[in-house]
Design a protein around this ligand. Structure first.
Ligand code: HEM
Length: 237
């Protein structure tokens, strides 16, 4: 904005137009990706209640129960980062990334790739590599922690946000916003299976949309505030 204000009057519409387009691009890039990731997080919490319980125990022991987590707490909560990493890995929302083109010919693993070839990155295959991720279909945040409970060097952010020059420019925003949403919801909410009128758990088979991006089709779940959450904390949320 400051740069725009310094421009000559005749360039202002050009800059204003560019700013509007940049803002729209950020919004379009952020909206579906962030919500899809959070929908997968909710699905994981319903299907893997032990993970949710462990995350809440960790948050309660590090933060206590009378305030909400902040970014300053992040380094003390490696398990929550492991939950975020596992959410990104377990169900990549762009399983085939977006198409790229080679700017020059190349040979990779004995395969000749001509200049201008369309290249798709198989993010799904990376996330399902059983050598790297044993029992890859299961949601197991522990796979990103070492024996001391510290985060390992394996971060799915290195592949779920794409590759090269066109790598997602919103990845740092996504990392911060998804982390804060996840940790705040774990601190304040209990996410569980929905029950019918007779108190029986409603079982369901998860279904997913198909397309360039993917997210779970709506599924039944129950969301309630955790017992210790009082109205002042809820106002902050
Ligand atoms: C968990 C959330 C997100 C995921 C998994 C994600 C993933 C991706 C991927 C895989 C690409 C394609 C990169 C490539 O071509 O190699 C991409 C592109 C892009 N993303 Fe994201 N993204 C996320 C959040 C965001 C956010 C929050 C923003 C904006 C604030 C954003 C803005 C964009 C834009 C503008 C592009 C196009 C970049 C280009 O073509 O030059 N994304 N994203």
């Amino acid at each position: 904005m400051q740069r725009m204000e310094k421009q000559d009057e005749e360039f202002k519409p050009v800059f204003e137009n560019a700013l509007k387009k940049a803002a729209t691009t950020a919004l379009v890039g952020a909206y579906e990706t962030t919500t899809s990731t959070l929908m997968f997080f909710f699905l994981a919490m319903v299907l893997y209640p032990d993970v949710q319980k462990r995350a809440q125990v960790v948050i309660d022991s590090v933060i206590g129960t009378d305030r909400l987590p902040t970014f300053e707490d992040r380094a003390s909560l490696p398990y929550i980062d492991a939950v975020l990493r596992e959410t990104l890995r377990w169900q990549p929302i762009l399983p085939l990334g977006t198409p790229h083109a080679t700017s020059s010919a190349d040979v990779y693993n004995g395969y000749f790739i001509p200049k201008g070839a369309t290249i798709m990155s198989n993010t799904w295959a990376i996330s399902r590599d059983e050598k790297r991720y044993p029992d890859a279909c299961n949601f197991m945040p522990e796979r990103f922690l070492d024996v001391n409970g510290a985060l390992t060097d394996d971060d799915p952010a290195e592949y779920v946000f794409g590759f090269g020059r066109r790598r997602c420019p919103g990845r740092h925003t996504a990392d911060a916003s998804v982390w804060s949403a996840i940790v705040t919801m774990l601190a304040t909410l209990d996410i569980s299976s929905a029950k019918d009128d007779n108190g029986n758990v409603i079982n369901f088979t998860p279904k997913f949309t198909t397309g360039i991006t993917r997210h779970p089709v709506f599924f039944p779940c129950n969301i309630s505030t955790r017992p210790h959450i009082h109205s002042e904390l809820l106002d902050v949320v």
